[in-house]
Design a protein around this ligand. Sequence first.
Ligand code: 2AM
Length: 181
Amino acid sequence: MSRLFVAIELPDRVKQELAQLKSPIPGARWVPQEQLHLTLAFLGDVDGTAAEQLIRALSEVRVPGFTLRLSETGCFPNRSKPRVLWVGLKNNPQLNRLAEQIRSAVLACSILQEERPFSAHITIARLKQPAGREVARFLDQPFKHDLSTFAVREFILYCSQLTSDGALHIPLKKYPLLTCS
Ligand code: 2AM
């Protein structure tokens, strides 16, 4: 069994900007800068046969490359009980199309997927305990990153290995998006 997910890797410059949002919030576990990513689909534990099928199915995804723009900070599940702090992306139909095609490919391999619609976000911290005041300050800070754009030219199938030092994200296969002529 391998624990798999599909994601977009972020350019170093964007990871650096996101890492600057780190602030003193009690009980927050900040995602290490090099691991920041945009998840397109989380598959969980997948057996070898389904993984091989998936590797093939993902190569059928046909979406042209596109540009993303960071937007505001936010949290899951809600402001009164935040568990995950994230930075959102400006709505982008091509990103939604990519996530939909990946979801169809995953479902075609009989791998279960959450019913929840895709919500584009980059997780930057996970909270173990309520930290109301500090989280409110984080969420309400003037956000200066709305000019940060980056090109998406590929998506990646990752294997996540849990180690004593946290999760290790190993790229298994990179899938280039279509190039616009
Ligand atoms: P997110 O942080 O962008 O929401 C790799 O584990 C990625 O899969 C995580 O960064 C997380 O994306 C996503 N994921 C979704 N559901 C998950 C779950 N139940 N357990 C672990 N990761 C999950």
